[in-house]
Design a protein around this ligand. Structure first.
Ligand code: G3H
Ligand code: 13P
Ligand code: ZN
Length: 330
């Protein structure tokens, strides 16, 4: 058993309490490699933002759990070396079994998500409560989920969305003891969050998605006032990045995300954790495609991963400063 405290990490409890009170959200950025981690820590230190380093089960397999643990410890030391000790959470994203959550807790994670949202309600309660009971023994925080996010090209999401039922949240929070709750109000995973026929199209061909269901969020907030809410599937899929990708050999069709002004509005509410993965993937891919297209003779990975890292860092700083409002909160 390796406690996250030995790695210099923190759980999310205090960060969420401050974020809910302060009307901002903590960024939860997914990572699985060195350049992403460098970009995340660089951006968060420069903006003095707390951060949640988020690892999916697929990412854990990809990067190797032992390396990940050392990377997270390294992230704490790297921030210190850059000149500012920001609070860093290492979080399991979309944990699907008790065993996976337990294994992450034992290898240094300070926070886990148990995503029982695909199960019937009672099974979700039972599984989530089991993870909470174990995690809390080690001071590890737990995120649960109610409601299912839709998503078109992502293995973690369903074909259709099922919005969170506000009438279930009080009971779920009480019975499970979770520390935060992911909800479904119209976001979804991946770069194709909506089909074109769900959107309207502007004169210059840009797809505009249907607005998030702030009425559901408000109803949830009324029932569990001040309780930390999490928004998954919160990438904006910037049009400029899609254009760079497609003009350098890519083929992303009908990619559309959540407009940033809606995320700003959510961050000012009880939403205190916003999950962003796809926008980072797009920023890296755009930078790499550009190098490959403009300089086909290049074969030193640092020459394309370096620009990708720089682009990622700029994207993260933008999210922190202009969307989530977490700059200066570390
Ligand atoms: O919500 C899911 C994240 O974007 C992680 O995706 O399972 O492909 O690592 P992944
Ligand atoms: P995006 O695909 O919108 O970046 O969402 C990521 C996410 O929710 C990770 O859990
Ligand atoms: Zn998610």
């Amino acid at each position: 058993m390796l406690s996250y405290k030995e790695l210099g990490l923190v759980n999310s409890k205090e960060l969420f309490a401050k974020a809910v009170k302060g009307g901002y959200a903590i960024p939860a950025f997914n990572f699985n490699n060195l350049e992403q981690l460098q970009a995340i820590i660089g951006a968060c230190v420069e903006t003095k933002s707390p951060v949640i380093l988020q690892v999916s089960s697929g990412a854990r397999k990809y990067a190797n759990q032992t390396l990940l643990r050392h990377l997270a410890k390294g992230a704490v030391e790297y921030a210190h070396e850059l000149g500012y000790d920001i609070p860093i959470v290492l979080h399991l994203d979309h944990g699907d079994t008790f065993e996976l959550c337990k294994s992450c807790i034992e290898s240094g994670f300070s926070s886990v998500m148990i995503d029982g949202s695909h199960h019937p309600y009672e099974k979700n309660v039972e599984l989530t409560a089991q993870v909470v009971e174990y995690a809390h023994k080690y001071d590890v925080t737990v995120e649960g989920e109610l409601g299912v996010l839709a998503g078109i090209e992502d293995e973690v999401s369903s074909e259709v969305s099922h919005y969170t039922k506000p009438e279930e949240v009080e009971d779920f929070v009480k019975k499970t003891g979770v520390d935060s709750l992911a909800i479904s109000i119209g976001t979804s995973h991946g770069a194709n969050k909506f089909t074109p026929d769900q959107c309207t199209r502007t004169e210059d061909g840009i797809l505009v998605p249907p607005p998030l269901r702030f009425d559901i969020l408000e109803e949830i907030e009324k029932r569990i006032p001040g309780f930390p809410i999490v928004l998954h599937g919160a990438s904006s899929v910037p049009v400029e990045l899609v254009k760079i990708i497609n003009s350098n050999g890519g083929k992303l069709k009908d990619a559309v995300g959540i407009p940033e002004e809606q995320l700003r509005r959510a961050a000012a509410s009880a939403v205190c954790k916003v999950n962003i993965d796809s926008d980072g993937r797009l920023a890296m891919t755009a930078a790499i495609r550009k190098v490959f297209n403009e300089n086909p003779a290049e074969f030193d990975p640092r020459k394309y991963l370096g620009p990708a890292r720089d682009a990622l860092k700029e994207l993260y700083k933008h999210k922190i400063i202009n969307v989530l409002g977490s700059a200066g909160k570390a």
